[in-house]
Design a protein around this ligand. Structure first.
Ligand SMILES: Cc1cc2nc3c(=O)[nH]c(=O)nc-3n(C[C@H](O)[C@H](O)[C@H](O)COP(=O)(O)OP(=O)(O)OC[C@H]3O[C@@H](n4cnc5c(N)ncnc54)[C@H](O)[C@@H]3O)c2cc1C
Length: 547
């Protein structure tokens, strides 16, 4: 520390400087290429955003928000229920920054209709950068933006809520939604007896004056200080979607009883609650019995965010690894110049190229879906495949980056430990791995001809191995025992889609390398095993991080 006398026994040498006060956009060539290719031409603004989120202060506040976890205040001092969660100011700072930038709503017009191209990609680029810094607060940001899709089933309710949702003011006060300058939305589907199988929901909804009364529980309901929750409950006509506000229309606190906050592996700045609903007021969203159909509109968007967030986690891990190896010397040579470390980080950079191209191309498909049937089917078919592959890939990738930092990667003062703990949740929530594979099968069954056309288009990409891989996907997923082999096929589907996305956005050698090493040629199960030559490594590492 400046001003203090040097410690008597030794000087600190050969440590990399902190990776901070960086531009998360300008330093990331694969991101720039993918974003531009998918219709976003606002480099200066994205760079400004990248500098804002790449400051030392933001990175330190992320640490603070995760070290000072939210606390449940069930009762007040006199024993009255209050059911509130208190967050550290650092968490509120991130919420204000993300909402101020519009990440919770910028893909919607003021009437709740889709804003259209290129808002999905413009948001995805920002979301990817935010995910590199702080993830917990992104849960309510994701749910708020996605909720508008489900609320579309109830236009009058949407019209009431959307001005508050679209507001760029973060208003954390525990007040009725109509008194606030901006609101956030959460969702509750998972119950003790089932998260995937929501048809097993036992929570009941009885018609009542002006709405319904909900009684039951949710086993996971994250961000419980949201103002409204989309929940599923059994109405007389079957499983139905509802919007359940924290305050009832008469201004009284609604019947949500927060029982406990989950003690989670990661995602610690965010609160995930267990909740009982006691005769809680709610509005119906969509028809009775159409609950899954209604909320699935929201879930497609949250799945997209899971993939983008995991890609962001991977990007920060890679940047930290490449940065560190450029400054650390081992055996009189910079780690970055040791042949095996170069091969390792270049192989990881290649994985990252495919990952970021893939998620931005998927966001582009969401942008174009309203006007282009092919893009709509592409988004439908590939969202579960991309979530599957990217989210599953992230923990192993981050672990490898952690190892590049040696022991320094494993300690809590660094960032890698948090990224690593954060990573598995994106695979688990919003549909776990197997469920994503089942969803790919469902998409193929429902959109049979159109989905096959998307597969056929991917097969036509002129890159090593893509045709055979696409044929394997088509054959495996249409076989009578498709479910048992779906993981292998869905992984290949994501890889083919990544190669195709690279063919559109990255320099040709990058797309060829990705396809050659991931689809055509054998490579080991760990990074650093892809047969890349020295020029290829230089190209990849230069694009990953200038310097
Ligand atoms: C940090 C965190 C926050 C969360 N926040 C929320 C929230 O805000 N709102 C909310 O509603 N939920 C939330 N969840 C819950 C989450 O969405 C569920 O845990 C998830 O959907 C899985 O459901 P489950 O836990 O009941 O597992 P299960 O449904 O029991 O699944 C267990 C495993 O079985 C697999 N599986 C299921 N069906 C099949 C099948 N047919 N064939 C093969 N394999 C299958 C799944 O892939 C999974 O791996 C959260 C979870 C976490 C960890």
């Amino acid at each position: 520390m400046a001003g203090l006398p040097r410690f008597a026994t030794h000087e600190v040498l050969n440590q990399s400087p902190p990776f901070e006060d960086v531009d998360l956009y300008a330093g990331d060539r694969p991101l720039q290429d993918a974003v531009r290719q998918n219709g976003v031409d606002e480099a200066a603004r994205l760079s400004e955003f990248g500098r804002q989120w790449g400051t030392a202060e933001m990175m330190d506040q992320a640490r603070v928000a995760n070290e000072n976890e939210p606390r449940l205040k069930t009762f007040d001092a006199k024993g009255f229920r209050q059911d509130i969660v208190e967050f550290h100011p650092a968490y509120h700072q991130f919420m204000a920054a993300s909402i101020g930038a519009g990440l919770h709503a910028m893909t919607w017009n003021s009437d709740g209709t889709a804003a259209g191209p290129p808002s999905e990609v413009a948001r995805a680029a920002r979301y990817y950068m935010v995910a590199q810094v702080e993830n917990g607060h992104m849960c309510p940001i994701t749910m708020t933006r996605a909720s508008v899709a489900a609320l579309g089933a109830e236009p009058a309710l949407l019209a009431q809520l959307v001005p508050k949702i679209a507001s760029r003011n973060y208003d954390p006060r525990f007040r009725p939604w109509w008194e606030k300058t901006g609101i956030t939305l959460g969702m509750g589907m998972t119950e003790k007896q089932g998260g995937t199988d929501v048809r097993a929901n036992s929570t009941r909804a009885e018609p009542a004056a002006e709405g319904y009364r909900i009684t039951g529980h949710k086993w996971f309901m994250s961000a419980p200080m949201c103002d409204v929750f989309l929940v599923l409950a059994q109405a007389p006509g079957g499983l139905t979607c509802f919007a359940l506000p924290r305050f009832a229309p008469d201004g009284s606190v609604n019947g949500l009883r927060l029982q406990r906050l989950k003690d989670k592996l990661g995602n610690r700045s965010n609160a995930s609650s267990e909740v009982e609903f006691v005769d809680a007021f709610a509005w119906r969203v969509g028809e009775e019995g159409r609950g899954v159909r209604t909320i699935i509109e929201m879930v497609q968007l949250t799945r997209l965010d899971c993939a983008i967030a995991s890609a962001g986690l991977m990007r920060m891990a890679l940047a930290q690894a490449v940065h560190h190896t450029r400054h650390r010397t081992v055996f009189q040579k910079r780690l970055a110049d040791q042949p095996m470390m170069r091969a390792l980080t270049a192989d990881m950079a290649l994985e990252m190229e495919g990952t970021v191209a893939l998620v931005m191309r998927l966001a582009g498909a969401f942008d174009r879906a309203a006007r282009d049937r092919n893009e709509a089917v592409r988004a439908r078919l590939l969202t579960p495949a991309v979530k599957y592959w990217v989210c599953k890939n992230a923990p192993g990738f981050i672990y490898e980056a952690m190892e590049c930092l040696g022991g320094n990667g494993y300690v809590e003062e660094g960032m890698l430990t948090r990224l690593y703990r954060e990573a598995p949740v994106n695979a688990i929530w919003e549909g776990s791995g197997n469920v994503m594979c089942l969803d790919v099968l469902r998409a193929l069954a429902r959109e049979a001809d159109d989905a096959r056309a998307v597969l056929a288009a991917l097969a036509r990409v002129d890159l090593p191995g893509t045709r055979d891989a696409a044929a394997f996907v088509a054959a495996t997923l249409s076989a009578p025992d498709a479910e048992a082999h779906a993981r292998a096929a869905v992984e290949q589907l994501a890889l083919v889609a990544a190669a195709a996305a690279l063919a559109e956005s990255a320099p040709t050698p990058i797309a060829e390398m990705f396809a050659a090493t991931r689809l055509a040629r054998r490579r080991g199960t760990t990074y650093g095993t892809a047969p890349l030559d020295s020029d290829a490594m230089s190209l990849l590492l230069g694009r990953a991080l200038p310097g």
